[in-house]
Design a protein around this ligand. Structure first.
Ligand code: AMP
Length: 213
C-alpha cells in the first residue's frame, strides 16, 4: 500500500505517518527527515537544503525529487510506503506519478490531515525535536519522559529553527500557495481521504486506519 500524507506543517501528519507505517509494516519516508539527516552529517545536500529550510521555503524540486525517487527504489519499499512531506508541489506529484506509472504502480491513498491555520502556530511553538535521532515531541500532547531530553537517545530536545513562529508563518504561506493544490489534484484522481486533525492523536489514527481499510 502506498500512502501520501497531506496537511499543513504542524497538522500532525508526521506522527500519524509513523503510526500508519508501523501498523502496516511499511517504511515511513519523510523528505524533511532525509534533509535533516544530511544536515546533521554535514553533506553537500544538507548544506544546500538548509539554506531553504531555515527560511521556511521549499527545497527546489530537482533536489527533492531525486532523493525521494532514490529512496522509494530501495528494497524495503516493495510492499509500499507512507510518504510524509512529499509531494509538496504539483510538479513533484506529477514526477512521482510518472515514475510509478512506468513501474505499473500507483499511489493508493492521499490522506489530508485537516487543521485550521489558527491551531497550527500554537501547536508548532510547543514542538520539540531531537536533532540527533529525529524523534519529535510536543510539550503538551507528546511530552518526553524527562523534560528537554529525548526518550530514544537521551540527547537534548530543541525547538527546530523551522518551527519558530516567524518561520511557521512563512511555511503556512508556502503550504497554501504550493502544497494545498495537491488536495484537488488527488481529489480528482478519487484517492483523497480527509480526516479532522484536531481530534486526539489516537482518534485521528483510528479514523485514518478506517479510511484505508
Ligand atoms: P518537514 O519536516 O516535512 O516539515 O520538512 C521540513 C522542511 O524541509 C520544509 O519546510 C522544506 O524546507 C523541506 N522539505 C521537506 N520536504 C520537502 C519537499 N517535498 N519539497 C521541498 N522541500 C521539502
Amino acid at each position: 500500500m502506498k500512502v501520501i500524507m497531506l496537511g499543513a506543517p504542524g497538522a500532525g501528519k508526521g506522527t500519524q505517518a509513523k503510526m500508519i507505517a508501523e501498523k502496516f509494516g511499511i517504511p515511513h519516508i519523510s523528505t524533511g527527515d532525509i534533509f535533516r539527516a544530511n544536515i546533521q552529517k554535514g553533506t553537500e545536500l544538507g548544506a544546500e537544503a538548509k539554506k531553504y529550510m531555515d527560511q521556511g521555503l521549499l527545497v527546489p524540486d530537482e533536489l527533492t525529487v531525486k532523493i525521494l525517487l532514490d529512496r522509494v527504489a530501495q528494497d524495503d519499499c516493495g510492499k509500499g510506503y507512507v510518504l510524509d512531506g512529499f509531494p509538496r508541489t504539483i510538479p513533484q506529484a506529477k514526477v512521482l506519478d510518472e515514475a510509478l506509472e512506468k513501474l505499473g504502480e500507483k499511489i493508493d491513498y492521499a490522506v489530508d490531515v485537516d487543521v485550521a491555520d489558527e491551531h497550527i502556530v500554537k501547536r508548532m511553538s510547543g514542538r520539540r525535536a531531537c536533532l540527533k535521532c529525529g524523534a519529535t515531541y510536543h510539550v503538551e500532547h507528546i511530552p518526553p519522559r524527562q523534560e528537554g531530553v529525548c526518550d530514544s537517545c537521551g540527547s537534548d530536545l530543541v525547538l527546530r529553527d523551522d518551527d519558530k513562529p516567524e518561520t511557521v508563518m512563512n511555511r503556512l504561506k508556502v503550504y497554501h500557495d504550493q502544497t494545498q493544490p495537491l488536495i484537488e489534484y488527488y481529489g480528482q484522481k478519487g484517492i483523497l481521504r480527509k480526516v479532522d486533525g484536531t481530534m486526539e492523536m489516537q482518534d485521528v489514527f483510528h479514523a485514518i486506519v478506517d479510511l484505508l481499510g
